[in-house]
Ligand binder design. Structure first.
Ligand SMILES: Cc1cc2nc3c(=O)[nH]c(=O)nc-3n(C[C@H](O)[C@H](O)[C@H](O)COP(=O)(O)O)c2cc1C
Length: 450
């Protein structure tokens, strides 16, 4: 059973011809930009602020507030970058929008560009997304031919060029300053902040980086009004959100739900329940960089920023990964650490050396060669990564490993006990307390680094 939710982003994704400009327009497309061009940029920023829209790239930062940081009197061009790098494991929602409704993505960029005073914008898309990149390129070409992009759009003073830039497949290029470096032709390695991109971004100019889903929400807000959007969801988590659901569920896919929806109802209704009638074991609700939640922690949890935070995790990018009772949590943890070790950009020593080290330690526990000192060692290594790097990648790699050990200490302990010829585990409490210390230290570091 699927519950009724507002369809702000996915209303038309089931139409197989929606990628064509004529069909997009027939279904109401390019009306929001016509409306916006009759408003001042300040009015549009106010509208987006009033809507309560928060960035869908992971951090949930209020979109209108971010736009308000852009200085408009520097005499420099202002740039808008659409972040379609989407490389977080478990996250594949922006892909749906670009493949199925590319003009919605373009119209969202146009609205943001007008509000910001930008005349040049770039869609930065991960290298592996060949089909969505082609879809976007074709849609942009169509928009140029029809005069919807380029100079004096709809006979106004507004001009906008949009280009598609394909990345080479690096997760770190999704971090906004890594993205900017990459776009400038440099290695995709994040910059120190401040200065923030809103003031010093691409080529030293004011730059706004927004996620694809964030931008694609704008046409609906403009057409229906900020208050209509703010009424959907919860007080602090307005609107709808795309969740890319994967793992041991009957119906993996991308679902748009009103924020504030019950997490367990989402699994049972939209996701079709757990595959093969097995029991739910754990959920990673917001992409691989957030804390794993055990099944017994999910009662009453809602899909919104505050509720998931209250449960000890984060909404993140909405990469919703479900694990059933058959999942080996040490193996799942190792799988994630392979990713982080591979994707560390290497700029900061704690992350470059530490990511590989963490992977090695978890790897030997998984291989049955771990020792009891491996858990304190993990505590020590991770404490030297989190909060000691230029960008939040270091925190992102530490968060899952510590939460996996905290939530499933018995699985790590059993592996270590077996490796040491001890058939049963009796030091679980001791092990957990060491891990819990490491987890609370990590939480402090993450908070200090936000
Ligand atoms: C390692 C790392 C990877 C990231 N990857 C993405 C990404 O693929 N897409 C994205 O929109 N934001 C990503 N972000 C967040 C961006 O830095 C930035 O906050 C976001 O694009 C802002 O858009 P929003 O305000 O619309 O959410 C990533 C951050 C980090 C630290």
């Amino acid at each position: 059973m699927q519950t009724n939710h507002h369809k702000i982003l996915t209303a038309n994704v089931h139409h197989l011809d929606q990628h064509l400009l004529s069909k997009y327009e027939e279904r109401g497309g390019y009306q929001a930009i016509r409306k916006v061009l009759k408003q001042t940029p300040e009015e549009v920023i106010q509208e987006v602020k009033a809507s309560g829209l928060r960035g869908r790239g992971g951090a949930g930062f209020p979109t209108g507030m971010k736009w308000g940081f852009v200085p408009k009197n520097l005499g420099k061009p202002i740039y808008l970058l659409n972040n379609a790098d989407e490389s977080e494991p478990g996250t594949f929602k922006d892909r749906l929008l670009m493949e199925r409704d590319p003009h919605l993505c373009i119209e969202g960029m146009m609205i943001a560009a007008w509000a910001l005073g930008a005349n040049w914008s770039c869609l930065y898309i991960r290298g592996e997304y060949g089909y969505p990149a082609v879809r976007m390129e074709q849609a942009i070409e169509e928009a140029y031919k029809k005069g919807y992009l380029g100079k004096n759009i709809f006979g106004t003073t507004f001009s906008l060029d949009i280009v598609v830039h394909r990345g080479a497949g690096a997760y770190i290029c999704g971090e906004e300053t890594g993205l900017i470096e990459s776009l400038e032709g440099n290695k995709g390695q994040p910059r120190l902040k401040p200065p923030f991109p809103a003031v010093v971004g691409l080529y030293g100019c004011p730059t706004v980086v927004n996620n694809t889903e964030t931008l694609a929400t704008l046409p609906w807000i403009i057409l229906n009004g900020a208050s209509a959007y703010a009424k959907i969801g919860t007080e602090k988590s307005a609107g709808t959100k795309l969740f890319s659901a994967s793992g041991h569920i009957n119906k993996p896919g991308v679902y748009e739900v009103d924020l504030g929806y019950s997490l367990l109802d989402f699994i049972n209704n939209e996701c079709g329940g757990i595959r093969g009638g097995k029991k739910l074991k754990a959920v990673i609700p917001g992409g691989s960089s957030v804390q794993v939640l055990r099944a017994d922690e999910l009662e009453g949890v809602k899909l919104d920023y505050e509720s998931i935070k209250g449960a000890g995790s984060m909404l993140g990018s909405g990469g919703f990964m479900v694990m059933d009772e058959s999942t080996d949590m040490v193996e799942a943890c190792l799988n994630l650490q392979h990713f982080y070790s591979h994707e560390s950009c290497g700029q900061c020593t704690p992350c470059r050396e530490g990511a590989n080290w963490v992977q090695k330690i978890v790897g030997r526990i998984y291989d049955g060669a771990g020792t009891y000192s491996d858990i304190p060692l993990l505590k020590s290594v991770t404490s030297q990564i989190a909060g000691h790097t230029i960008c939040p990648f270091g925190d992102a790699l530490v968060t899952p490993v510590l939460s996996f050990i905290e939530k499933f200490p018995e699985e790590f302990n059993t592996r270590i006990a077996q490796a040491n010829g001890i058939p049963t585990f009796n030091t679980g409490e001791e092990l957990s307390s060491q891990v819990l210390d490491a987890v609370s230290e990590n939480a402090k570091n993450v908070a200090a680094n936000v």
